[in-house]
Structures are given as C-alpha cells and as structure tokens.
Design a protein. Structure first.
Length: 349
C-alpha cells in the first residue's frame, strides 16, 4: 500500500511547530489513561538554516525531553541505539533524505503575520429605537424652494393657505362671482343674487372643511347636536344653500349643441380647467420628473372619469366581437378595419 512519505524537513517542521501538550499520542504508551505527555525540545538543538546546503541527518539522533503531569521527566538520549522503555525501535523507520531545508522559524513568522493581517470582525449592536409623540421639526431650508428659476411669487409662499391662494387667486374668484351672478339673473331675473369675494372664499372653505368632517346630511352641519361652530359661525345655512343653487363657472348661453363638432363636454368647467393649467405651468419643472395618473372616486355616469388613450375599444358592429383603435369621424363610432373584417363598410350600408 503506497503512502505519502514525509521528508526530514517536513518532519522537523511538525516536530517544532506542533503543540505536544494537546496531543494524545502518549496515552497509548502510558499506564494511566489520564496522563498527557508534554514534549519539550531543548533550545540548544542545532538545525540547518541554509536552504542551499544539502544535508543528511537522522531524526532519531535528536535528544528529546518528555515531562509527565506526575512530575517525572524523561530525557531521550541522542544515541539511536540505546534501549528505551517507551519507544520501540523496530516500529520507527530510519530514513536519510537529501533535500533543501528552510528554517521552521520563517514559516512560524509568516503564520503569525497572516493572523495579524486578518480584519477583526466587529459585533454590530442594534440600538433600541424609542418613539415619542410630537410634531416633526423640519429645518427651515427644507421648506423653501431652492430652484434659481422660481420667481418671487413662489418664493414668498409659506403656509398651505398661501399655496392654495396662488392657484385660486383673485382673478379666478372674480370669474366665479360674475358667472354666478349672471346665472342667477338667467334663472330668475326678479331675484338676482349678489355675491362678494369674501363670500366665495367662505363657501369654498366650508366645502373643504365638509370633505373632512362627514355627517349624514348637509344641514346637520348647522344642527344643534351634530353642528360645527366653525361652519355655522362662518355662514348661515340658507345663504350656503342659495350660493350652492346658483354657483356657476361659465356662461350657458355660449355652450354649443351636442351635434356640433366643436361641442365641449366640459364647457361648464372650462374656465376653471384653463386657469389651473396656466397656474400649474407657471411652476418650472425639473428634467427628471415622474408623472402618475390616478382615477378620482366618483359616482358620475360619464366616460370622462377614466382617460386611457392607449386602451382599445370594442367594435360597435353587432356581429363583431373584436377591439380596435379606429374611430369613424362622421358617426364617432369605433369600428374594425383589417384584412379579415371591414366593419366600416358593413356598418354604413
């Protein structure tokens, strides 16, 4: 059976670098199973240090000092021919191999340097977070726009009311006041309604406040049990209902008929939409801007509550179940037009 043979250099390194106090080899030769042999190599033992020299020596010629836990010390002489009680010469092979030898102290120093070069692992301790109630204190620099392209009107905005007033400015409130008074005259010339800008602001404030505080009926905001002082002290119930009945944003006399190609379904809200779009466009946007569409919750039965231009429409031909992007300009109906189906011709026959 072939085995890997160790040369003298490897055996010396094992002999000098091994901690013999942890070895259990001596338990086989000891009378007591608990005895551990401490093998110590005398410091005056010389070994070759020149790696270029070829040496020939015998490991059995090295003196070895063995010390037991009981206090007894046994020195093995360098004479390999002496009869030893704890060693069987017949079982130890005697070999003499020529090989370049390197000092075991160099390997020991390299091992020590590698152990010191390893980074020390630090234990990461998680801190216990303690939450407390209080208002968030934000630095003043975070509350201001730092864009150099912003004009002074935007830089002067501080409170939420200032931002709301920037979009719903006096120009828009005057437009609402004029259209509301005009509609009241068109509705009943004998009882025209006269409003002020302050009343328009109070009415809008009550609508915003009512969107947060919900009651079963609108009149409950002025009731004794469910009423809110901030609402019934701002405006009376009858005045609020009167403004609500005549509130308008555009002239109904200028609205086109539905069969007109230029008919605008949002005619009554067009001044508000155009004004807000202009105010939104006055704020400069950055180059990296992410936009997202969100559907508003409404119970209105109108197709305008959802705008998906990339969504295909079902073909209006009764015998067709396909989807298409094509819309007839005359009858405003979505119809299929491809190699297999020509719903345009069949629909107008």
């Amino acid at each position: 059976m072939n085995r890997n043979k160790l040369n003298n250099e490897e055996l010396l390194q094992i002999l000098f670098n091994t901690n013999w106090s942890d070895s259990e080899d001596g338990l086989d030769n000891s009378d007591h199973e608990q005895d551990l042999n401490n093998v110590q190599i005398p410091e005056h033992v010389d070994y070759p240090t020149n790696v270029n020299d070829e040496v020939s020596f015998d490991l059995l010629d090295l003196p070895v000092e063995m010390q037991f836990d009981t206090g007894e010390t046994l020195i093995l002489p360098s004479d390999s021919k002496s009869n030893l009680t704890y060693q069987n010469q017949n079982t130890t092979p005697r070999r003499s191999i020529r090989q370049a030898f390197s000092s075991p102290t160099e390997s020991t120093s390299n091992t020590t340097n590698q152990s010191h070069s390893r980074p020390k692992e630090k234990n990461i301790e998680l801190t216990n977070l303690k939450w407390k109630k209080g208002n968030l204190i934000t630095p003043s620099a975070c509350l201001k726009f730092n864009e150099p392209t912003l004009h002074n009107d935007l830089l002067s905005l501080e409170t939420p009311l200032d931002f709301f007033a920037y979009f719903f400015n006096t120009e828009l409130l005057i437009k609402i006041k004029e259209e509301t008074e005009l509609y009241s005259v068109q509705l009943n010339p004998n009882k025209p309604v006269t409003l002020s800008i302050d009343e328009i602001k109070r009415y809008l404030g009550i609508c915003i406040y009512a969107s947060v505080l919900h009651v079963p009926k609108i009149r409950d905001y002025w009731s004794v049990d469910l009423g809110f002082p901030l609402i019934y002290n701002t405006m009376s119930r009858n005045r609020f209902e009167l403004i609500k009945s005549v509130l308008h944003f555009n002239n109904n006399a200028t609205m086109l008929l539905p069969n007109n190609p230029n008919h605008d379904r949002l005619h009554k809200l067009r001044p508000i939409i155009d004004h807000l779009n202009n105010r939104f466009s006055s704020i400069p946007c950055k180059e990296t801007l992410s936009l997202d569409e969100q559907l508003c919750a409404t119970k209105a039965k109108s197709y305008m509550k959802q705008y998906l231009p990339d969504k295909r429409e079902r073909c209006k031909m009764p015998s067709c179940k396909g989807f298409t992007y094509l819309k007839c300009t005359k009858c405003t109906v979505f119809l299929c037009l491809n190699r297999n189906k020509n719903c345009f011709t069949n629909y107008h026959m």
